[in-house]
Design a protein around this ligand. Structure first.
Ligand SMILES: NC(=O)c1ccc[n+]([C@@H]2O[C@H](COP(=O)([O-])OP(=O)(O)OC[C@H]3O[C@@H](n4cnc5c(N)ncnc54)[C@H](O)[C@@H]3O)[C@@H](O)[C@H]2O)c1
Length: 323
């Protein structure tokens, strides 16, 4: 089999590409380099520079590399930006997906894995979010992920494509410092950013109905996430694999923002007190995955813990900021 990994030079995509290649799969990466970094990919993995919105290019890539499966990660992913630029997010995330699925169907490719997000759930009032928890995304970004899942399933049914949608929870860490996330959009890099500027980390709201009053999230190491993709690809490639599957990818363990900030203080050696600021609109008090279906259906469970996530993310941050 040859897997096309769109967004393969991105933070998660490069981890997925390396993990799948390391397990002996043939992979080819496609990335428009709007946020990707080519040096994240080792020499043996070909990188096609181009967009998932370019149908002609996709046709050529499918033919030249004899692609038999697709892992689709390429997308814009900033919630705030999606609120300001909804048409761009629908065009790029959903338009890119539709173009890609047409090329997939045209080339007779029968296996498709889609990067979805816990953002599809919105703000459910449950202890553990299962895949059957009703979806109510709170941003255009989350809407493109939910509508993307619908489109993936509909195309799967229409064209005989087996599909898996992975709903990632909060991704952190790095398998190697050079693979780290360079953006400052998630809580771990946001805390690093404050400390690097010699400022106290910020906590938005400490009056939520949670044990310490701060928001609770489910963090997943990107190396574990990459292994979940390998497991899902294995399932898609197995003889007789048919139909669609939607799976949460998390650890099933809640960690509060205050606990996270304390851990970052221990790891960085800068344990200054956090500033508590008002709540941000749209933050759910608690978002923790049920990880049961991933274990049952993919035989996958996360192996890495919080300290490993924060330590590896910090090493990557120090490399990128020459600290
Ligand atoms: N990072 C997270 O916490 C998180 C959580 C849930 C879901 N996701 C999803 O995982 C996927 C990867 O996220 P990431 O964190 O690695 O982000 P990233 O920005 O590092 O990676 C996305 C990659 O896709 C490329 N890209 C964007 N649009 C493209 C297009 N039209 N054609 C070709 N390449 C394109 C970018 O250059 C980048 O390399 C995204 O779909 C994102 O929505 C991420």
């Amino acid at each position: 089999m040859t897997w096309l990994i769109t967004g393969g030079a991105g933070y998660i995509g490069a981890h997925v590409a390396r993990t799948m290649a390391g397990a002996g799969e043939r992979v080819v990466a496609l990335d428009d380099l709007s946020a990707g970094v080519p040096s994240r990919l080792p020499d043996g993995i070909p990188l096609v520079r181009g967009s998932s919105l370019d149908g002609e290019l996709l046709k050529r890539v499918f033919a030249e590399h004899a692609v038999t499966g697709v892992v689709h990660l390429a997308a814009r992913k900033q919630v705030g930006e999606s609120v300001a630029q909804p048409t761009r997010y629908y065009q790029e995330n959903l338009g890119g997906l539709a173009t890609l699925l047409e090329a997939v169907a045209g080339a007779g490719v029968e296996r498709f894995l889609f990067s979805s997000s816990a953002a599809v759930y919105g703000n459910p009032d449950v202890d553990l979010i299962t895949e059957d928890t009703p979806c109510a995304p709170m941003s255009p970004y989350g809407e493109t992920k939910l509508a993307g899942e619908w489109l993936v399933r509909a195309a799967g049914r229409a064209h005989g494509i087996s599909t898996v949608c992975l709903r990632y929870f909060n991704v952190a860490g790095a398998a190697a410092p050079e693979l780290a996330d360079t953006g400052v959009f998630n809580v771990v890099p946001m805390v690093f950013d404050r400390l690097t500027r010699d400022e106290a980390p910020r906590i938005f709201g400490d009056d939520y109905p949670t044990p310490d009053g701060t928001c609770v999230r489910d963090y997943i190491h990107v190396a574990d996430l990459a292994e979940a993709h390998l497991a899902a690809a294995g399932r898609l490639a197995s003889p007789g694999a048919r139909g669609d599957l939607t799976v949460n990818i998390g650890r099933g363990e809640g960690v509060s923002v205050r606990e996270l900030v304390t851990l970052v203080g221990e790891v960085t050696g800068d344990a200054r007190a956090a500033l508590v600021e008002p709540r941000r609109p749209g933050d759910a008090p608690r978002a923790v995955a049920s990880a049961a279906r991933a274990a049952e259906e993919l035989g996958w469970t996360a192996r890495r813990g919080m300290r490993e996530m924060v330590e590896s993310a910090w090493q990557g941050w120090r490399l990128h900021h020459s600290l």
